[in-house]
Design a protein around this ligand. Structure first.
Ligand code: SER
Length: 318
């Protein structure tokens, strides 16, 4: 019987992944934790506790007490926010991972999931169809911490046979919980402003193409990777996965089809340079070969669902 700990269960990925994991492994077997309060459905459908991943002692007690067999570590400071407080972000992003890796090795937790990002790539990386193995010279604090994290994951796998699995997520688009602080998050904000105000001021230039993915694909990828046969996995740093590529202009054109009169203006800030250091599209052939990964949602389908769901959410909040 698996007992799963989700750290960061109130966040953009965690709030959806927790529910998906509960569907697979049973509500009472998935322990949701965060430093902040979680959405109602996360709290109602199973166990939830406030827990700080930096509090090593409580963490180890928790894992022993509930006989945890798998940990999903989703707590992190995203790219934009990390640039505002570089050393603090480095400390949080790295120490949380090292705490978990070492605790897992000591206590004997079977499997760990840790998300990496397209932020591990940098200006020297080929931008189109970025391969699994390529130059990785990130120049953001977030990217540096993700790259270092990938190396630690592989190290713990090779040195201690710890079964750590990881995905380099593209920008994630979702309606349930807002991300906050990421460079790709314009592609979430835009939907709220489109529905509420009919206009949006974008912090990236119109032609800034980035690799993106709709959350249901990201959740499915995560669970599929975690359930894949161990001998099939050739990558123990982190897998490239690909979804949709678009720029702010293409996304706004797609929104205009359903929100006539929608207006977008552009006022690039410091995140423009971050976006320009990242790839535009990702080659995920290794993930496809190893564990049959394939994305499902395209720009049109994702936009339709995002507009419907943000509309419902904003209506409810009135
Ligand atoms: N979505 C993240 C960010 O923009 C990238 O992993 O920070």
């Amino acid at each position: 019987m698996e007992k799963i700990l989700v750290i960061g269960a109130a966040g953009q990925i965690g709030s959806e992944l927790t529910l998906a994991l509960r569907n697979v492994y049973g509500d009472s077997n998935v322990y949701a934790t965060d430093i902040k309060d979680a959405p109602k459905d996360v709290k109602k459908s199973g166990p939830f506790q406030i827990l700080d991943v930096m509090d090593e002692k409580r963490l180890i007690h928790f894992v022993i007490r509930y006989k945890i067999t798998q940990i999903y570590l989703l707590a992190a400071v995203l790219s934009g926010n990390a640039e505002r407080l570089p050393l603090q972000a480095w400390d949080i992003n790295m120490r949380s991972l090292l705490n978990i890796l070492d605790l897992a090795r000591e206590v004997g937790v079977k499997k760990i999931f840790w998300p990496s990002s397209i932020a591990v790539f940098g200006l020297t990386t080929p931008k189109i169809n970025t391969p699994q193995l390529t130059f990785t010279e990130p120049n953001t604090v977030y990217g540096i911490s993700k790259l270092a994290g990938e190396r630690w994951c592989e190290y713990y796998y090779k040195r201690f046979s710890l079964d750590v699995r990881s995905i380099r997520y593209p920008g994630l688009i979702s309606y349930k919980t807002e991300a906050g602080g990421g460079t790709t998050d314009y592609a979430v904000e835009i939907f709220y402003d489109a529905v509420e105000k009919g206009k949006y001021e974008c912090f990236l230039k119109p032609d800034t193409k980035l690799p993106m993915m709709f959350m249901p694909d990201a959740i499915r990828a995560t669970i599929e990777l975690m359930e894949a046969n161990e001998n099939k996995l050739s990558i123990r740093s982190s897998y490239n996965i690909s979804g949709i590529t678009f720029d702010p202009k293409e996304l706004s054109d797609e929104i205009k089809k359903s929100v006539p009169g929608f207006e977008i203006t552009y006022k690039p800030d410091f995140r423009q340079a971050i976006a320009e250091s990242w790839p535009q599209s990702i080659d995920d052939s290794v993930a496809r070969n190893d564990w049959n990964w394939k994305h499902e949602y395209d720009l049109e389908k994702m936009t339709r669902i995002m507009l419907e769901e943000t509309g419902k959410k904003l209506e409810k909040a009135k």
